[in-house]
Design a protein around this ligand. Structure first.
Ligand code: ADP
Ligand code: MG
Length: 708
């Protein structure tokens, strides 16, 4: 370890900072903290006001409070094995009152709460039922008499108490307290940071400079509003959040501009092609469909590859727009590909396109995992020779040995099921084909533009005419008989119904679906034809089941979630979802979207058992609203961005201080400013500086590999 702390700069590795060393450096690295710059950007997740700490005597049950007190006694109840048992400790402060604290599984605390320890405790104040003492269950704590200090008691006292203190998420054995000391030391020994945000921007938005902002992020000045701090809305925090989004958006914008310059196909959209499209359309497109097709057509005409995301709620008519785009490609002598996440959906698309394109004389082909090897090689040959105009399929379509004569347009349905990699693989089948991605998981526009950073976005925000909102009800499973009689009524009026079982394990759901199929077809609806559909059926069995339902021969389709996406039977007006509490919001909304596709009033019935809090919230959201954007937003809030977007493949960048949900308003603003700055920089020199800064500081973190 080198005593170099007097000459720290932002690029200094943390292991060279006094007091860190190799072991701690490793722990810090688990949080992505490698350099001094990383450490300074490591935002506290909470702040505590320890300026005027209440005494225990002043506390009232129900409030959240911080207490600084000395340990009186502690013991572990119950099991002797470590980490099991209830750890209880009694604290006293100057007011001489007692505060009881308890931790379940608190065995690990035995070594930390030693006699004589002083601690800061943060948590909710309750009353202990037995003793009548004030109680904190599982408080967050910080041991103030600790050996991870520098032994400078005066400094320690002023860092960890008597002020608003930052609370950091620990990294291994690097506690919040150790972070506090470390950040403090670094701030003391580093030269003031320069500010790389464009000066004009800083002035116009009245942003504090970077150095001031970083210091008050970690050590807010006395009197700072604690509520603002904990909502991340002090001027300092606001600036740092804005800054992170600003650079991210600049990076995206540059990357996108570069991609747009690649050579691509310039499709012609003349009168002849327009006439073809008109001839193909089975109904008048909605205004939104027209607008969106206009956007797509502009992209297709341009001599650069299109990368466009088409967002629209379930049932908004995305497929029709995709078909129009396919006509443009095919009439220009190119082939089109349609990639779908499931076989059911792929074959659904196949029928849809086959129908639409029959009169055009286009040849469609369906390629899925359940084709026989002979069929497969036959289909591949037709694709490679260019006899197939539109190839539709699942993953089988992007296998290595699938070749195209002249692929011009790739349509990818239901984006959230496909990773970026798969999209790229399809694109690699040809020289920069145009790409249209369709998704029914609508998310707020700015968010989408950030997450799908490389895609332009078109939104269908209008449903085809004559649609009535689906009526959604929640019925408990002890009233399921009423649901059955309702289904009978609807079927008597000529309608059809789905009954869906949740998939946790497809085999388990299959059993449930099979049993329910027996039960419904024999006991409940002996006079009505009931069909069964699940993932374990062979492809042709699935197709038969779907076909019978589509034709109306089968009135009730009992199914697992294989029908979740894309199935389109307008005469079906009832969707019964069993054990609805086991589904996620987006999934429920998708399932519900299978009905309400015709002119008749449709119904969605959510049959539930006992509901937990979050399940109740999901069910209520669905009963209250059928707006896909609202539901997606709730989903995002309930689940958090990580789970909502799936894994890293979603391309969601790892942000440091900004939070893509909490800070949407700032993101919006930063995006606008970034675009204005990139397209219209104050001086070329400033743009160059920004690109350099971006490359040196942000590229690694955001994976903005090709910026600049
Ligand atoms: P999405 O893929 O967006 O969920 P679809 O493309 O499957 O929606 O369309 C849903 C239903 O609405 C289909 O039955 C489709 O034929 C019908 N549809 C689409 N556009 C229109 C329109 N402009 N007018 C009437 N019906 C339409
Ligand atoms: Mg669809």
């Amino acid at each position: 370890m080198q005593p170099r702390s007097s000459r720290l700069d932002t690029s200094t590795p943390l292991k060279y900072v006094k007091g860190v060393g190799p072991a701690r450096a490793e722990m810090l690295e688990t949080k992505g903290l490698v350099t001094v710059e990383d450490l300074l950007a490591y935002a506290p997740f909470r702040y505590e006001d320890r300026t005027n700490i209440k005494t225990i005597a002043q506390l009232a049950p129900g409030e959240m409070a911080t207490v600084v007190a000395d340990l009186q006694s502690a013991h572990l109840r119950g099991f002797r094995r470590r980490n099991i048992g209830l750890f209880e400790a009694i604290f006293k402060d100057a007011s001489k009152e007692r505060l009881l604290t308890k931790w379940f599984h608190g065995g690990y605390l035995v070594d930390r709460f030693l006699p004589g320890v002083r601690a800061a405790l943060y948590g909710k104040i309750e009353l202990d039922n037995y003793t009548g003492d004030l109680l904190m269950m599982h408080p967050e704590f910080e041991i103030l008499t600790s050996d991870d200090s520098d032994g400078d008691a005066a400094l320690d006292a002023s860092l960890h108490t008597g002020r608003i203190v930052p609370v950091y998420e620990a990294a291994g054995k690097v506690t919040t307290r150790a972070f506090r000391s470390l950040v403090h030391r670094v701030l003391e020994s580093i030269a003031p940071l320069e500010d790389d945000l464009p000066a004009a921007l800083r002035e116009r938005l009245k942003l504090p400079d970077r150095w001031t902002a970083i210091r008050s992020l970690h050590f807010p000045s006395p009197g700072t509003d604690l509520r603002l701090l904990n909502n991340y809305r002090t001027p300092a925090q606001w600036r740092l959040i804005f800054e992170e989004f600003f650079w991210l958006e600049c990076g995206l914008s540059l990357k996108r501009a570069k991609a747009r310059l690649q050579p691509g196909i310039s499709f012609e959209l003349n009168e002849r092609v327009r006439e073809k499209i008109k001839a193909m359309l089975p109904f008048k497109p909605t205004g939104a469909q027209k607008r969106v097709l206009g956007e797509i057509a502009e992209d297709m005409k341009a001599p650069h590859p299109m990368s466009r995301l088409l967002q629209g709620d379930v049932g908004s008519g995305k497929t029709l727009v995709a078909a129009e785009a396919a006509v443009i490609a095919i009439e220009n002598g190119y082939q089109a590909a349609v990639l779908a996440p499931t076989e059911i959906l792929a074959s659904q698309h196949y029928f849809y396109f086959k129908n639409l394109f029959q009169k055009m004389g286009y040849v469609p082909a369906l390629l899925t995992g359940s084709n026989t090897p002979r069929e497969k090689s036959q289909l591949k040959k037709l694709l490679a020779q260019g006899f197939v105009h539109i190839g539709i399929g699942t993953h089988a379509l992007i296998e290595e040995d699938v070749e195209w004569k002249k692929l011009g347009l790739a349509i990818v349905d239901e984006q959230h099921r496909f990773g970026v990699m798969q999209r790229l693989r399809l694109v690699s089948k040809a020289k920069h084909p145009d790409v249209l991605v369709m998704t029914a998981t609508p998310i707020p526009r700015t968010l989408a533009l950030t997450i799908y950073g490389d895609l332009d976005i078109s939104i269908i925000d209008e449903l085809p005419p004559g649609r009535q909102p689906i009526e959604t009800r929640n019925v408990t499973d002890d009233h399921v008989e009423s649901v059955y009689s309702f289904m009978k009524q609807q079927i008597a009026q000529g309608r059809q119904a789905y009954v869906v079982y949740p998939v946790i394990e497809e085999s388990e759901a299959m059993k449930a679906a099979q049993q329910m199929y027996q039960h419904l077809s024999q006991k409940v609806f002996p006079d009505i034809r009931v069909g069964l559909l699940h993932g374990k059926l062979k492809a042709d069995e699935k197709e038969t089941a779907m076909d019978q339902f589509r034709r109306g021969d089968v009135k009730i389709l009992v199914s697992t979630t294989v029908i979740e996406v894309g199935v389109d039977v307008p005469n079906a007006t009832v969707m019964v979802i069993e054990q609805a509490e086991r589904f996620g919001l987006a999934q429920l909304h998708q399932l519900r979207g299978r009905v309400g596709r015709g002119a008749e009033q449709s119904h969605c019935i959510l049959v539930t058992g006992k509901l937990g809090d979050s399940a109740r919230e999901r069910i209520r959201t669905l009963v209250d609203s059928s707006d896909g954007f609202y539901i997606a937003e709730m989903d995002l809030k309930l689940r958090g961005p990580g789970e909502f977007f799936g894994t890293k493949q979603s391309g969601l960048p790892a942000l440091r201080i900004a939070n893509i949900i909490r800070d949407q308003d700032i993101l919006e603003l930063a995006r606008g400013e970034a675009q204005a700055f990139i397209t219209n920089p104050p001086t070329p020199e400033e743009l160059r500086r920004a690109v350099t800064y971006l490359r040196e500081h942000w590229q690694r973190r955001y994976g903005l590999v090709q910026v600049g």
